[in-house]
Design a protein around this ligand. Sequence first.
Ligand SMILES: C[S@@+](CC[C@H](N)C(=O)[O-])C[C@H]1O[C@@H](n2cnc3c(N)ncnc32)[C@H](O)[C@@H]1O
Length: 280
Amino acid sequence: MAPQDAVLGWDDDTTAEVYAAFTRAFPMYGATSRDLAHRAALSDADLVIDLCGGAGATAHAILERVPRDAAVLSLDSSTAMQRVGRRTLIDIRLSWITTSAENLAAHVPTASADAVVCNSAIWKTDTTAVFAAVRHILRPGGRFVFNVGGGFAGVRHPDEQSTRTGPSLNTLIHEIAARDYGYTPPPAGTSSPKLPAETIAHRLAEAGLTVLAMDVTAQHSTMAEKKAWLSIPVFARPADGFTHAQRMQILDAAYALTTPETPTITSWLVVVAQRPGGSP
Ligand SMILES: C[S@@+](CC[C@H](N)C(=O)[O-])C[C@H]1O[C@@H](n2cnc3c(N)ncnc32)[C@H](O)[C@@H]1O
C-alpha cells in the first residue's frame, strides 16, 4: 500500500479544502513558506518555481517577495489541491501547472529560473530526478530552497527536546487506538529517516548543485494546531486500517487528555542550494 501522504492521497477534494483551510487558520505552512521565500533571495527574480505548491500557501509567500513584473509557476501533481489554489489565490503573476515535480524540466525552459522553492514536500518526490531537473532549469547562480520535516531528515532542534511537557498527540493517539481498537503501534525507534541530511547533500552534489546552508529550525506551535493538522485526512492517524471517522474519534479522545495551549515544537531541516556560476 502506498504511504498515506503519497501523492494519490492529495488528489482528493476534502483533503484539499481542509488543508487549505488549515493553512489560512494556523501559521505552520505560511511561516515555513515565508522562511523559504526569504532564503531564496527573490527581490530581483524574473521567474520563480513553487515546486509541489499545493493550494498556494508557498506561492503566496513568494508573491510577497518578487517584483511586480515577475512570473511565478506553481507546480503540483494534485488537481484537487490546485483547484482550491486557482479559486483562492488570484494574482496576474501566478500560473498553475498540474504535473509531477519529476517532470519539471518539461515545463520550464532550460536555465531560466531564478529560484525553485519547495515547502513541506520534497521527501515525497524522487529526489534524484527532481534535483537533476532543478539543476537543469535554474539559471547559473539561481537558488533551490526546500525543507524536510525533522523526522524524515533525522534531525531534531534542541528546543524540541527541552519544550516537551508531556506525551505527544501522536503517542496519545496510539495509546487510545490500542485501548479502544486493539491497535498495535509500530515499535518505537525502528524506522530510519527517509531522507537524511547526508543523502540530500550527496544527491545535490551529484546533480551539480552547491549547498550554501543546511539549518535545523524549530517551529513553535500549540496542541490545538497539532490537532487541526491531524484532522486533515491525508495526515490523520493511525495510518492504516481505520476509517476517517474512527481516526477523528481517536483524535478527539487523545486531544481531551491534553491542554490546547500546550506548546509543541516541530523541527525542520532547511536547505539552500545553488547552481554554480553567474551572479548569486
Ligand atoms: C504538504 S503539501 C505542501 C503544499 C505547499 N507547498 C504548502 O506549503 O502549502 C504537499 C504537496 O506536495 C504535492 N506532491 C507530493 N508529491 C509530489 C510530486 N511528486 N510532484 C508534485 N507534487 C507532489 C502534493 O500534491 C501536495 O499538494
